[in-house]
Ligand binder design. Structure first.
Ligand SMILES: Cc1cc2nc3c(=O)[nH]c(=O)nc-3n(C[C@H](O)[C@H](O)[C@H](O)COP(=O)(O)OP(=O)(O)OC[C@H]3O[C@@H](n4cnc5c(N)ncnc54)[C@H](O)[C@@H]3O)c2cc1C
Length: 498
């Protein structure tokens, strides 16, 4: 993989003083870029800059579950970040301890309410297993808890721990250039009304863009400014549609892996179904929901492979009843589709899989105009045993979704990204302590360690996501959970320092 070498500053770019060379520039102020920045500052590396293409930070994005491995990594990065995220999470925001709990909490850990769980049920409505939703239950099992938090609140909680002038919105990285004569990398940024759309991270009904992730849909155009920055290292955390990845992979044997691949899976969702007849509602409530705000229904009697190919329905009953279907379908059947096409596709898939009649009726009742689709994309950690798309080149390294974005079925995207941030922060701290900023070999060896540690684990997580092997039995579920959530990161990171 190559980074283009500098010829001259591109026309029209305002070059920042070449005397100003940051130690680290992080491209992307999503959760992983910000967590990396927080972790670096905590270790005394504060000559850093985070840039993001968003015009302004504002409320966008889905809810993300942070599980014990992600929270352990966050705590390792900075205890303050861990506390801030916990406080901003949905798990803790609405929780008001009773007077009795306030007085007993110190002596006795709070016991979770029995209904605080997310059950997986088969077509007969029998519970196959249940994931506790309570922080404390996870904490007692895996040594760390679990929280749900909106993407924006996660971003805000981390951003607020950084000085305002170190996080620059309105800077879209469009170019990465090696400047060996200066011993650094230059990135060129624009801020313009024509921010590139991200086709890999949208909810869409194709008629009006229900994009929940993009922060770039402001209609007010702004003048296009261009600016360049330099750094010893670039950490690219610019998400699944990473520009930096495309630049690194251009003109290389990795070209085919520059943009994400369709994973084979998509979501079809309808969050609000008005006018559900009482008998349908009661039937679903009694047989499936049984008082829970969310459950998953699927055919748990199938073998792994067949299970991953069969639809899974997340049934939600909050302000109103709704669903999210995960289906294995060709890209053409969802991409660009809306309304009745999605409605029919959802119904066909449920019928083919023999879903209970009452759940088919629920989908039948969903107004086509409320139905959204989202194809899921992936950057495979390994294409096969011999093709392993590299996550770094020279002074540039990919982390988070830019390296290994994937569908959210095991709720691990952000959690794995936080593990990347933990490892990367430790390795960069090493480089700083040894003053190896100009030692290309030390940098290459650090990035090599990162890949050797993280890639095999990502292969495992992506395999679990795509094949759903942890769902094959309670034992498989338990093994997967122990392997992912119980690791001791202090041990792993101390090995990196050797
Ligand atoms: C429906 C859904 C549910 C999910 N649920 C979970 C879950 O429960 N648990 C979990 O762990 N994960 C979950 N995920 C995955 C999780 O959201 C991602 O893995 C996580 O957000 C990745 O973080 P990131 O910082 O790497 O990238 P992103 O969150 O994509 O952030 C990238 C940032 O880079 C910026 N950027 C992009 N291009 C440029 C550029 N050229 N220049 C400058 N800035 C740029 C973007 O504006 C953005 O701020 C879910 C994802 C989806 C879609």
């Amino acid at each position: 993989m190559n980074i283009p070498q500098s010829q001259s500053i591109a026309d029209g770019f305002t070059d920042t003083s070449i005397n100003k060379i940051y130690d680290v520039i992080i491209v992307g102020a999503g959760p992983i870029g910000l967590a990396t920045a927080v972790g670096l500052r905590k270790r005394g590396i504060d000559n850093i800059l985070v840039i993001d293409q968003t015009r302004a930070f504002r409320q966008v994005g889905q809810v993300v579950d942070l599980l014990p491995n992600g929270l352990k990594a966050l705590k390792y990065l900075d205890e303050r970040a861990y506390q801030a995220v916990k406080t901003a999470s949905l798990t803790f925001t609405n929780y008001q301890p009773s007077e009795e709990e306030k007085t007993t909490a110190v002596i006795e850990p709070k016991l979770p309410k029995p209904s605080l769980e997310w059950a997986s049920k088969n077509f007969q409505g029998q519970k196959i297993r249940a994931i506790p939703l309570s922080f404390d239950v996870w904490f007692s099992e895996y040594g760390e808890g679990r929280v749900s938090i909106s993407w924006y609140n996660l971003q805000s909680a981390l951003r607020q721990l950084l000085p305002e002038d170190q996080v620059k919105p309105n800077h879209r990285c469009i170019n990465v250039v090696d400047e060996p004569e200066l011993g650094c990398i230059r990135i060129d940024c624009v801020s313009s009304a024509s921010v590139e759309a991200n086709p890999y991270a949208y909810w869409s009904d194709q008629q009006n863009n229900h994009d929940t992730q993009s922060q770039n849909s402001d209609s007010a155009p702004q003048p296009s400014l261009t600016k360049s920055f330099r750094a010893k290292l670039i950490v690219a955390a610019d998400g699944i549609n990473s520009t930096v990845r495309k630049i690194l992979y251009a003109d290389s044997s990795n070209l085919a892996f520059a943009t994400p691949e369709y994973s084979g899976f998509a979501a079809i969702s309808c969050r609000e179904i008005p006018d559900i007849p009482q008998e349908v509602r009661s039937h679903i409530e009694e047989k499936f929901l049984a008082g829970s705000p969310i459950i998953t229904v699927a055919n748990y009697d199938l073998s792994n492979r067949a299970f991953s190919e069969t639809p899974r329905m997340l049934l939600m009953n909050r302000q109103s009843m709704g669903y999210l279907l995960h289906v294995a379908v060709p890209l053409e059947s969802v991409s660009g589709k809306s309304g009745s096409d999605l409605h029919n596709l959802g119904l066909q898939e449920l019928e083919k899989a023999g879903f209970p009649q009452v759940l088919q009726e629920l989908v039948e009742l969903s107004p086509p105009e409320n139905i959204l689709q989202r194809p899921y994309y992936i950057h495979r950690a390994a294409i096969d045993e011999t093709i392993l798309p590299s996550w770094s080149a020279g002074r540039v390294v990919l982390v988070g979704d830019a390296a290994h974005g994937m569908p959210p079925f095991m709720a691990q995207g952000a959690n794995q990204g936080l593990e990347d941030a933990m490892i990367m922060t430790t390795l960069i701290t090493n480089i700083a302590q040894e003053n190896h900023w100009d030692n290309q070999q030390a940098i290459a060896s650090a990035f090599d360690k990162y890949e050797r540690l993280r890639r095999p684990f990502m292969e495992y997580i992506q395999q679990a996501t795509l094949t759903q092997f942890p769902n094959s039995s309670n034992q498989a579920w338990q093994e997967y959970s122990n392997k992912v959530y119980s690791r001791n990161f202090e041990e792993i990171t101390s090995e990196l320092l050797v």
